[in-house]
Design a protein around this ligand. Structure first.
Ligand SMILES: NC(=O)c1ccc[n+]([C@@H]2O[C@H](COP(=O)([O-])OP(=O)(O)OC[C@H]3O[C@@H](n4cnc5c(N)ncnc54)[C@H](O)[C@@H]3O)[C@@H](O)[C@H]2O)c1
Length: 292
């Protein structure tokens, strides 16, 4: 199992427990690595990666994973202290990161986020547009209009705003990869969550349209569509009760909750050159749920 508290900056050279400092300032190995971990470093070496909603859950796990793969990471969140905590974890493990407070529904914030990224690191190579909210659970006839607007503002307009400014930065270098946060409900209905479900369907529309618009200019756009993930968002559904959480997996072929680190691993893969011909794809990370 990968320990997301530990980040390795640079390529592994050995498996010394004490760690080695190199003349170029890169540190390697603070502990013994499993064979799996040894095969997975440096996929994003020297890249600049940005994650929204990176102060919690999947976003934090992805920021840590990006850093582990050698990227410099921009940690964006509406919640500054939680973003700073993610930055501290990355820096404490020898990685490079900056935190930026950003409300993805606010055009000025998003513009400033990307400008800050360019000022700090000179480029933007990878972006994971992850910030999202679940909204309340009500049938359509009882759903509050303001709540509907807020879910759409964060989950849909927020991603569009981020893409708009990420594209601006990525076209400068003629290269870039964007991953958007979909969901298993990007292709399925779900009672009492119409705003959330509609927003996640729309994320695929944005992703596919951008994939076609910019493919011939070196940019790729894909979406990751996870099933139920163990994060604070899930805790808000279940009240933190693990039995309730486990009961939600009853119709899932793989009868367990997904880990945030597993989503992060998929996002890293989508962001890497390993998927250089993958464009406009919606990666269903649902253990086979949606093919039943
Ligand atoms: N947890 C799941 O079961 C699950 C499943 C499928 C998809 N997702 C999606 O994954 C993404 C992350 O979910 P999570 O479970 O990690 O949630 P989470 O609640 O743990 O984290 C969401 C983060 O987004 C931030 N955020 C909220 N509104 C914001 C805004 N306006 N601007 C900037 N940041 C904002 C929050 O502060 C928080 O740090 C969401 O888009 C969610 O819809 C989650």
């Amino acid at each position: 199992m990968i320990d997301n508290e530990i980040i390795v900056q640079g390529c592994p050279q050995n498996n010394s427990k004490s760690g080695v400092s190199h003349p170029n300032g890169i540190r390697t190995f603070h502990r013994t690595f499993s064979p799996t971990e040894l095969t997975m470093s440096c996929r994003l070496k020297d890249k600049v990666a940005m994650v929204t909603g990176a102060g919690s859950g999947i976003g934090r796990a992805t920021a840590l994973a990006y850093a582990r793969e050698g990227a410099k990471v921009v940690v964006a969140d509406i919640n500054s202290p939680s973003a700073q905590e993610t930055v501290n974890r990355i820096q404490g493990a020898g990685g490079a990161a900056i935190g930026v407070r950003c409300d993805v529904t606010n055009a000025q914030d998003v513009r400033a986020l990307i400008d800050h990224t360019l000022d700090a690191f000179g480029r933007l190579d990878c972006a994971y547009n992850n910030a999202g909210i679940e909204g309340p659970m009500f049938s359509i006839d009882a759903y509050d209009e303001d709540a509907f607007d807020q879910v759409i503002a964060v989950n849909l307009k927020g991603i569009w705003l981020c893409m708009k400014h990420e594209v601006r930065a990525m076209l400068q270098s003629g290269r870039g990869v964007v991953v958007n946060a979909g969901s298993v409900v990007s292709t399925l209905g779900q009672p009492k969550m119409a705003a959330y479900v509609a927003s996640k369907h729309a994320v695929l529309g944005l992703t596919r349209s951008a994939a076609l618009e910019y493919a011939d200019r070196g940019l790729r756009f894909n979406a990751v569509c996870p099933a139920i993930v163990a994060t604070p968002m899930l805790d808000r559904f279940t009240g933190g009760d693990e039995k309730i959480a486990q009961s939600l997996t009853i119709n899932y072929p793989i009868k367990r909750i997904l880990r945030a680190e597993e989503v992060a691993e998929a996002v890293v893969w989508l962001s890497s050159d390993a998927t250089s011909y993958l464009n406009g794809h919606a990666l269903m990370l649902d253990g086979g749920f949606s093919i039943q």
